[in-house]
Design a protein around this ligand. Sequence first.
Ligand code: ZN
Length: 237
Amino acid sequence: MTQLTNSISRTQIEQLVRQALTQEVGGALSAAAPSSAPNPLVVNISARHIHLSQEHLEILFGKGSQLEVQKDLYQDGYFAATQTVAIVGPRRRMIPNVRVLGPCRGDTQVELAFTDTISLGLEIPIRISGDLENTPGCVLMGPKGVVELDKGVIRAARHVHMSPADCAHHGCANGDKLHLRIESHGCTTVLEDVVVRENPEVKLEVHIDTDEGNAVDLDHATSVKLFVPEGCKCKHS
Ligand SMILES: [Zn+2]
């Protein structure tokens, strides 16, 4: 083979590989669900963020402040706000520009990935959103003020939002722990302890944090599958 022929066939091969990869990546986040499944399974990374009470929003951003929508999230009515805050841990370690998610809530809550907690110097428990007793606090800094939280910093437990129809299809109930298999080149993984959060208003969606998403290279995943673990003692419906 001459040098030229060699390089042409190499180019063709590269093109073919690129096409094949593009097709696979295109279906990465919405796995092909069985035809009987009521909804497609979507897996999203929930990057570090903060939920604010209206009171804290006004301390950090000024009296009468409202959250402004930067980008709608997959779940209806929820959004990433234009506002961000800095989070300060012990010994003045800080994470700047942590995105605020809207709408406002009753209690302020900071959700970080494991790597964030290490860089902040905080020991943080894994919790379901809203379960904030005995969690560490931190200091929040906004353009107009500072809030000292005495609790509310968590690593969000990996979870799946499911409607009653999704629960019926998968044979599970609120609070059960499912397995999520993510097929990805060189790092296929089964994530266990995916907590079912049932709500009639939600679209089927798994939330994992940035560390988990990176570990399985979610962006290039070729399939995702949710299943009830064998021998599970959960209260299946
Ligand atoms: Zn969620």
